[in-house]
Design a binder for this molecule. Structure first.
Ligand code: AMP
Ligand code: MG
Length: 426
């Protein structure tokens, strides 16, 4: 991260582009921020389970084939597909049993088969498994008609992973399947990036902390709780610095303390018109920070830059704006810093909207939506109702964002819109 480049960003240098900082498109702001992000350099070795939610710092290479041997995908009888049939019926003598973990020791040759369980190694000479439901057993003779095609119900050695294959690349975010995949290779430890440290505080003279009585004109500080929740889900180390009054000396020392202890600083409030001049002066003194008005709703004001070595995000104060700007800008930035060079873009799905939405072109809106299933089994979306940036209930009730980009105007019920899911299975 070099200071000159962020100076250029702050000054809106021509090498960046000539977008108006007072109307910065969402995609452009995201791109600018990406230029200043590079992954953490510290790595650590962790026991496999502790690596859930972390980012791999080294690729996982398969030391052998998985599975190691050809084996049966079903309970049945292993035989050779060359066996002849009489009047369409194949008759074979059972010469033994192959269990998972206890192979059959002999060889399957003409006229014979082996009783085989799911996962058991295919006996020598057999290449196909007929499932037990398809056969008739009479003493030690198995018969079946319409025998399966060669190779049926046989899993091939290496069909999951082959020896030397890159199973997971460095930069991969570890999910439950990955724990199992790495365990299937016999590894008990993995190398991951250290946890990202994120410090945050709320700014505002009107904020009361929970547990205190509310004074005249005060509101409870809710942003520190939503931020905590969103950060906890990302698996970062959280440093909650509380509420800081709109006082330059207090804000200065809070920012300095945050910069000395964290990789990333998040603040909420104080970046909107009127308040921004005050924060601007302070951040000019302490670091290099750009103040944008993003062409989006909610969440117009956004500040980004560096305070000391820490990345700084100044989020708006309104509770919904905090969440929207976090999900649209901060989340991806944190994933990059955590070690994922190219975080996968969040899917945008096309769905029929059942609400009328008033919308101006020229800005991106993130309406809070509720996907629901209708009687014919299709999914539709409606808004959650009132969309004010102070109505946090709209986020609680939502299971998706309705993303209306800059080119979209008014939406009438029945039109297709794009949605971004808030719910994730893994
Ligand atoms: P600001 O961006 O500081 O002008 O704040 C915009 C609005 O968000 C004001 O109505 C604030 O009272 C409200 N607000 C700011 N910070 C918080 C917070 N931490 N919790 C709840 N509301 C807040
Ligand atoms: Mg404020």
């Amino acid at each position: 991260m070099n200071k000159k480049s962020i100076t250029e960003l702050v000054n809106g240098a021509s090498c960046l582009d000539d977008y108006d900082p007072n109307s910065m498109p969402v995609v452009q702001a995201r791109k600018h921020i990406r230029n200043y992000l590079s992954p953490l350099s510290t790595k650590e070795c962790l026991p496999l389970r502790s690596a859930l939610g972390r980012v791999l710092a080294e690729a996982i290479i398969s030391p052998f084939n998985v599975p190691n041997h050809d084996n049966s995908a079903m309970d049945g009888y292993a035989f050779n597909a060359d066996e002849p049939s009489t009047d369409g019926v194949t008759r074979l003598k059972i010469i033994g049993t192959a269990f998972a973990g206890k192979a059959f020791d002999g060889k399957v040759s003409g006229g014979t088969c082996v009783r085989i369980m799911t996962g058991a190694v295919m006996p020598e000479g057999a290449d196909t498994v007929v499932v037990q439901e398809r056969v008739t057993v009479d003493g030690d003779i198995v018969s079946f008609s319409d025998g399966p095609k060669r190779g049926m119900n046989r899993r091939l050695a290496g069909e999951d992973l082959t020896r030397g294959q890159v199973v997971l690349a460095a930069g991969h975010l570890m999910r439950p399947a990955d724990l199992g995949l790495i365990a299937s290779l016999g590894f008990g430890e993995v190398k991951v990036y250290r946890k990202l440290r994120v410090a945050f505080f709320s700014t505002g003279d009107e904020l009361a902390s929970i547990g205190q009585a509310l004074g005249q004109g005060e509101v409870y500080d809710s942003n520190r709780y939503t931020l905590y929740g969103m950060l906890a889900r990302l698996g970062v180390e959280i440093i909650d610095m509380g509420v800081v009054r709109d006082d330059p000396a207090l804000l200065e020392s809070a920012l300095q303390e945050a910069a000395s202890s964290a990789d990333v600083i998040l603040t909420s409030g104080g970046v909107s018109v009127g308040e921004a001049d005050f924060m601007k002066e302070l951040l000019e003194k302490l670091g290099h920070v750009v103040f944008w008005k993003i062409a989006m709703k909610p969440g117009r004001p956004l500040a980004y830059g560096k305070v000391g070595n820490a990345h700084y995000f100044g989020l708006p104060g309104n509770p919904v704006s905090v969440m929207v700007t976090f999900y649209q800008f901060v989340r991806e930035a944190l994933l990059v810093l955590m070690g994922q060079p190219e975080p996968a873009p969040l899917p945008l799905l096309n769905v029929e909207c059942t609400s009328n939405i008033k919308k101006f072109t020229g800005r991106t809106e993130f309406q809070r939506g509720r996907l629901f299933i209708v009687s014919d089994g299709t999914w539709k979306v409606s808004t959650t109702g009132a969309q004010g940036s102070g109505i946090l209930r709209s986020m609680s009730e939502a299971n998706c964002f309705i993303v209306l980009d800059e080119n979209v105007g008014n939406v009438t019920a029945g039109m297709t819109v794009q949605v971004q899911l808030l719910e994730g299975l893994v």
